[in-house]
Design a protein around this ligand. Structure first.
Ligand code: SF4
Ligand code: ZN
Ligand code: ZN
Length: 514
């Protein structure tokens, strides 16, 4: 199969830059290969015209790196195995496949394959994104506007591998943003410039060949189809809820129908997440995947596989306790700086003009006395809007058993304490929970319930949870624990240096990942 340069690529981009005579050690080019259309198109462009892209003719200075999340659809792997890897083998292009070696950053990065004759794309490493989500009882989420899963399973892995591979040597980092993603590319460049400045050297320089070639998404897909003869599907994790990363709703559901057991696993992940927190469906306020799939009769096989899986699962009764704290307001930050141990949500620590108007302090002779600089917020009209702060969650498995038994325990518990326990059915999930704390309004607030869901969520709570819980409720868990309460786990923090990178051992063709 031959590979041609894209028709829309400007002629100027095809001219190989002259190599300075004194340039002995050439800066390597690293292509982050996500298996999708964008990075596949770049790879094909590199193969077709290496010199036009500043590469050696034999591509010896190109490193293609694939970060494995462990949850790609198999048809994406199959496409690359059949149509792309033979091209890499034919040109001896170096492909490195890396993944997280475990849950903790201190487990480091595992290199599953580093070869100029790669035979296959590895489906998973020892710790998949779905393992992490299953143990945490949650779904992929944004943290400070960023996709936490992508940072942990891709960005972090790639950065640490690059640090170990190149040390202080600078490299060119190729990213598959296309011409419709100028904003993302600009943001990426800004972040990299900041990182380079902070490091006092050029760690790497970002390079966006699709933008230089002025290729939008449609042109990219057409180019890959033209080169490889088969349309390429979007590459993303089966449980990805993020628009722009995941395929459109229609295409995604079509793919789930083609892989009913993968779909059933995703639905189960969502089910457990919602059992522990009704709001945590895959699409949050925009609804659940389950709800979407029930709207189309063609999804019956998927839904049936999901229900059968639930019936056959080992179940657990979880005790979930949650504290939602008061968050910091703009005023709190303004008056109390970076740190405030007791964020207040009323108007301000200092009196505002509005506050002066609302409750002027009157002196003994009846004259206004504004000596009082602070407002304690005793007048509700002074108070600003409440700000929701962090939520701390404690999850503990109370017992394990078949589904029927676990669900019966939840109902029996409510029957047994009719005055203290309320059975509440989730409006999105339809899952019943037995709440044993009174309904709380306002902040801070606490919530506690038991719920039955598939087993597998790890006991978890952060250090200091019990102390805060007692402060806020004065109470103790209702159940004598079947297991001891989890010991507060000391969070593994990066020591500042790069994480260890090690190579997976192989025996013959078998890679030992554990
Ligand atoms: S594809 Fe989606 S779920 Fe997977 S790592 Fe990226 S953002 Fe997260
Ligand atoms: Zn404050
Ligand atoms: Zn006031």
């Amino acid at each position: 199969m031959s590979v041609h340069a894209p028709a829309s690529q400007p002629a100027t981009a095809r001219t190989a830059p002259a190599t300075p005579a004194t340039f002995h050690r050439k800066r390597p080019t690293v292509l982050s290969y996500g298996l999708g259309a964008d990075s596949t198109a770049i790879l094909l462009m590199f193969l077709a015209e290496p010199a036009a892209h500043g590469l050696e003719l034999d591509l010896s200075d190109l490193v293609v790196v694939h970060a494995i999340t462990g949850d790609e659809f198999v048809d994406s792997l199959d496409y690359v195995n059949r149509l792309v890897l033979p091209l890499l083998r034919a040109r001896s292009v170096r492909l490195v496949q890396i993944c997280r070696a475990g849950k903790s950053d201190t487990d480091g990065v595992l290199v599953l394959d580093d070869s100029r004759a790669p035979r296959r794309i590895h489906a998973a490493g020892p710790w998949r994104l779905s393992d992490e989500l299953r143990a945490a009882g949650t779904v992929p989420q944004l943290a400070n506007g960023q996709r936490r899963c992508s940072i942990r399973f891709k960005g972090w892995v790639l950065d640490n591998w690059a640090a170990a591979e190149f040390g202080d040597r600078s490299f060119r980092r190729v990213i598959g943003y296309h011409a419709d993603e100028l904003g993302r590319a600009e943001k990426d460049s800004t972040i990299q410039r900041r990182l380079n400045t902070e490091a006092g050297r050029t760690i790497c320089e970002p390079h966006y060949p699709l933008i230089l070639a002025r290729m939008g998404r449609a042109a990219v897909e057409a180019y890959v189809l033209n080169s490889l003869g088969e349309p390429i599907k979007k590459s993303y994790c089966a449980m990805c809820p993020f628009s722009g990363v995941c395929a459109s709703r229609d295409r995604h559901e079509e793919r789930l129908r083609a892989h009913p057991h993968v779909a059933a696993d995703v639905l189960r992940l969502e089910y457990v997440s919602m059992a522990l927190n009704e709001q945590m469906s895959l699409y949050g306020p925009a609804g659940s995947l389950y709800g979407r799939l029930t709207e189309d009769g063609r999804n019956r096989a998927v839904l049936k596989a999901f229900q059968t899986g639930l019936d056959q699962s080992a179940y657990a009764v979880y005790e979930v306790r949650r504290i939602t704290f008061v968050g910091r307001t703009k005023d709190c930050r303004r008056w109390h700086g970076k740190k405030c141990d007791e964020p207040q949500w009323w108007c301000s620590w200092q009196r505002t003009p509005r506050c002066h108007r609302l409750h002027a302090v009157i002196s003994q002779d009846g004259a206004p006395a504004d000596a009082e600089p602070n407002c304690l917020g005793t007048d509700p009209r002074c108070r600003g809007k409440q700000q929701k702060g962090q939520t701390w969650r404690s999850v503990r498995t109370v017992l394990e058993g078949p589904r029927k038994r676990a669900e019966l325990v939840v109902g029996t518990f409510a029957d047994y304490f009719p005055k203290r326990v309320r059975l509440v059915t989730g409006t999105t999930s339809g899952i019943r929970r037995a709440h044993y704390l009174p309904d709380a309004e306002g902040l801070p607030r606490t919530e506690a319930f038991i719920v039955a869901a598939p087993a597998g969520v790890a006991d978890k709570q952060r250090p200091g949870f019990e102390k805060k819980w007692t402060e806020h409720t004065g109470g103790r868990p209702v159940f004598p624990p079947l297991r001891e309460l989890p010991q507060p786990v000391r969070r593994t923090r990066s020591t500042g240096g790069p994480a260890p990178v090690r190579r997976a051992r192989s025996v013959g063709d078998v890679v030992l990942i554990a």
